[in-house]
Design a protein around this ligand. Structure first.
Ligand code: FAD
Ligand code: UDP
Length: 374
């Protein structure tokens, strides 16, 4: 009997590759018409631009194993994510750095002066930030929070930042120098031929049958084991309720030349209905100048309905209880393992997704070598 993997994103691809290398036969299913899940990239027919079909994806990691792993399957070009942000009619750089601070407060402070200045602004009455807003106020104070985070976060999550966990903001650096690299990780890059090419190479094995446009629910075969990277609540037919997700709508802008001069510009004011605009030719600077046309997308965030693609797990307190119940149910269900962003209902970057899939492969080897049940 062969193994079944549900979902052809990075999680499913890494597991499929590993099993195939161990000589096992694998059926890999995806209900979409393409591989690579939400990381899917495709050359846009009208402009020739390599488009990140489900929103901008920048590969960054501090994990040597993951970095070495992805290099095996394609060439990554150096790429540094530098995000611009418009707030109250002025343009800044993010994450908040010395340029942002000096421009915003109309000053020319040194790193030391800026640190003391922001410490003065920070709300010292908040000792242990309990939510996103408290985290922001205790880090950067009221003015920067209102300018860059309050409106954007409300648009992105559809909630007051007071209702969101502090961890969402902790992802972003705060710097007192002019470094505007969005990430702190030592490795960062963009696959030269897109992410789908990398996933295609991971899946290049005679032991893997890829079946697209196929829902797991419609497959009747028996399998040795199933690795499920779809939504955990969907696997159990939503029997304990639906976990909440944000979804995204993209509005296409097509023109010639250069639309906005940068890959990503965030729109932090609440009156602007979209969160950001990404212009995809700038994700591939090595070819951008040779392309005459350009394509950009305004990104709108909203609560996902059952028919929508689930993008961001919301993880409110009520959902935590529901998730715990689904996890217990999963532990008591034999023949299936849950992985990835949807299978574990967590916001996972690509590197963490790959790292967790590789660790699952390590455990799998251990169990298979002892002929134990997975
Ligand atoms: P997915 O890529 O979601 O793959 C799951 C697959 O399962 C899907 O293709 C789906 O069609 C399929 N599926 C689900 N249920 C079924 C079923 N029942 N039957 C058949 N098929 C099914 N990460 C970064 O590192 N850097 C970034 O810059 C970055 N930007 C992002 C921007 C956005 C807008 C979003 C939403 C995410 C971003 N990420 C980024 C995260 C990245 O997309 C994830 O880490 C990655 O996609 C997770 O891979 P996965 O395989 O777990 O899930
Ligand atoms: N954020 C914000 N303003 C910005 C950028 C980010 O308020 O200009 C907030 C927002 O709540 C977002 C969080 O910071 O969800 C984390 O930012 P990141 O860029 O990691 O967001 P993601 O990759 O999830 O889109």
């Amino acid at each position: 009997m062969r193994f079944c993997i549900v979902g052809a994103g990075f999680s499913g691809a890494v597991i499929a590759r590993h099993l195939s290398e161990q000589g096992y036969k694998v059926l890999l299913l995806d209900e979409r018409s393409h591989i690579a899940g939400n990381c899917h990239t495709e050359r846009d027919e009208k402009t020739g631009v390599m488009v990140h079909c489900y929103g901008p994806h920048i590969f960054h990691t501090a994990d040597q194993r993951v970095w070495d792993y992805v290099q095996r399957f394609g060439k990554f070009r150096p790429y540094t994510n530098r995000v611009k942000a418009i707030s109250q009619g002025r343009l800044y750089t993010l994450p908040v750095n010395l340029l942002t601070i000096n421009q915003f407060f109309n000053k020319t402070m040194s790193p030391l002066e800026a640190r003391a200045f922001i410490e003065e602004k920070a709300d010292k009455s908040i000792q242990e930030p309990k939510n996103f807003e408290e985290q922001a106020l205790s880090m950067i104070g009221h003015e920067l929070y209102e300018a860059f985070f309050h409106g954007y976060t409300k648009k992105q999550w559809g909630l007051e930042p007071k209702e969101l966990p502090a961890a969402i903001l902790k992802r972003l650096p705060l710097r007192f120098n002019y470094d505007d690299n969005y990430f702190n990780h030592p490795y960062q890059g963009m696959p030269e031929n897109g992410y789908s090419e990398i996933v295609k190479n991971i899946l290049n094995s005679n032991n893997i049958e890829i079946r697209l446009n196929t829902k797991f629910e419609d497959v009747e075969e028996e399998f040795q084991h199933v690795f499920y990277t779809g939504p955990i609540d969907r696997y159990f037919d939503f029997s304990l309720g639906r976990l909440g997700y944000r979804t995204l709508d993209f509005e296409r802008i097509e023109t010639v030349g250069d639309y906005q001069g940068a890959a990503v510009i965030n729109y932090c004011d609440q009156q602007v209905p979209f969160t950001r605009i990404s212009e995809h030719k700038h994700f591939a600077p090595w070819e951008a100048d040779s392309l005459e046309k350009t394509v950009a997308f305004r990104e709108y965030s909203r609560l996902a309905e059952p028919k929508d693609i689930p993008y961001y797990p919301i993880r409110l307190v009520d959902e935590k209880t529901m998730l715990d119940n689904y996890i217990s149910l999963a532990k008591n269900t034999s023949g299936v393992s849950f992985l990835g962003r949807l299978g574990t209902y967590r916001y996972l970057d690509m590197d963490i997704t790959i790292s967790e899939a590789l660790k699952a492969c390590d455990q799998l080897d251990d169990l298979l070598s002892k002929k134990l049940k997975i």
